[in-house]
Design a protein around this ligand. Structure first.
Ligand SMILES: *Cc1c(COP(=O)(O)O)cnc(C)c1O
Length: 410
């Protein structure tokens, strides 16, 4: 059938596509790390300072968290053996979920293997092709993918722009009114945002968003991946800090950042959780997370909620203000562990990262599609495990390189 010369061989086609990424400065490679997560990393035969991890409180390497993982592996095995609904629902999963619900002050919680699958499974369960999902422009890729995969009509509001959000909500309310008039089922309107934005480190005005949500009878999902363990009373998150958590129907978080383990979770009403157990396909059709991950997260959560968590959050806050001051920037009203240095073109960010690495400091360059084109950056993350000297060294290297932050045009 047809001209065989026109049939693309996989190798040739993919080589062409990769070359194109290379031309655009968007080619990626894996780097092998020869040490556990911590303020220092072993890369090849060098030890470098690590400002790229999301292990914001240093709990991934904490001996008590490690021991909890090891003990769970010894007692419950390396794998869970089956999905949660078959026979993989082990005590460590159940115990972690009840601790998460208590932590976030909700009726119930459900954990997933990753934050990514949490978002995709939850969004697809909540919204379908007759519904409307409204996303912040800078929402994480997993939220975008979940919204797309749900088949719902997707609208994007300008980052943290309440006017734009309201404009879209008005449109959605119109769609709903017309459906009701026509006697068809009204659409669900679901607003989706993050509390601390992963690439910018800024925060969402959750109280105001919740106000709009109420005014337009929408639902609200907030991803607290970068706030859980870090902000709010006992590290419960930004929603708790702003006293908005009771107004958010779907509270999402991850276990792989400040909690030092792996996985994602949803906190909410018992009804929401029962519904997700029945409907979230990434939960149903996936082997339960390994017991070690659940036990490690539970141990980290206990530390986070206790006096030590308080101390770690305070130390992190001090490092962040030290660093912002060294860059000559004002501290944000709600300081977070993520400090972006937006440089613009992908090549600039890549070069800056290479120069810092040369100086013994690892900072990841973040490019499209993780951020908008032309808004490539160094994404610096600080940890309570960094010393003041570590942070001083980073600031000095940045000054020496005379990096010129671009205006963030994304
Ligand atoms: C990291 C991240 C996720 C994904 O979580 P994983 O557990 O890494 O899959 C989801 N949302 C946000 C905002 C994140 O930063």
């Amino acid at each position: 059938m047809g001209d065989s010369a026109a049939i693309m061989k996989l190798e040739e086609e993919l080589t062409r596509r990769l070359a194109r990424l290379q031309e655009q400065g968007l080619y990626r490679t894996l780097r092998e790390v020869g040490s556990a997560q911590g303020p220092r990393l072993t890369l090849g035969n060098r030890t470098v300072l690590n400002f790229g991890s999301n292990d914001y409180l240093g709990l991934a390497g904490d001996p008590r968290v490690r021991e909890a993982a090891a003990e769970a592996a010894r007692h419950w095995g390396a794998g869970s053996g089956a999905s949660r609904l078959v026979c993989g629902n082990l005590e460590p999963h159940v115990r972690l979920e009840s601790a998460l619900a208590e932590f976030k002050k909700t009726e119930a919680a459900l954990t997933f293997s990753s934050g990514y699958t949490t978002a995709v499974g939850t969004l697809c369960a909540l919204a379908g092709k007759d519904d409307i999902v409204i996303l912040d422009k800078r929402a994480h890729a997993c939220l975008v993918d979940g919204a797309r995969l749900s088949g719902a009509r997707l609208r994007v509001f300008a980052h943290n722009d309440l006017e734009d959000l309201e404009h879209i909500l008005k449109w959605a309310a119109d769609v709903r009114a017309r459906r009701v008039q026509a006697g068809t089922a009204p659409p669900v309107i679901l607003i989706v945002t993050e509390s601390v934005f992963s690439m910018d480190g800024d925060t969402a005005p959750l109280r105001k968003i919740a106000g709009l949500k109420d005014a337009y009878d929408a639902w609200l999902l907030v991803d607290e991946a970068h706030a859980t363990g870090l902000l709010g009373p006992a590290g419960a998150g930004l929603a708790a800090e702003l006293d908005a958590h009771a107004r958010i129907e779907v509270l999402m978080g991850t276990l792989g950042k400040a909690l030092g383990s792996a996985g994602g979770f949803i906190c909410g009403s018992r009804t929401l959780i029962d519904y997700l157990v029945n409907r979230a396909r990434s939960f149903i059709f996936s082997t339960a997370p390994v017991p070690a991950a659940a036990a490690a997260a539970a141990a980290a959560l206990e530390l986070v909620r206790g006096p030590e968590g308080e101390e770690l959050r305070l130390r992190l806050k001090q490092r962040v203000s030290q660093f912002q001051a060294a860059l000559g920037r004002p501290n944000l009203e709600i300081p977070t562990a993520i400090v972006p240095l937006v440089l613009g073109p992908a090549e600039e960010a890549m070069r800056a990262a290479a120069e810092l690495l040369e100086a013994g400091i690892y900072v990841p360059a973040i490019r499209y599609p993780a951020v908008a084109r032309g808004a490539a950056r160094l994404r610096i993350t600080l940890s309570a495990a960094h010393s003041a000297e570590d942070v001083g060294q980073l600031a000095a290297a940045i000054r020496r390189l005379q990096l010129q932050p671009a205006r963030d045009g994304s």
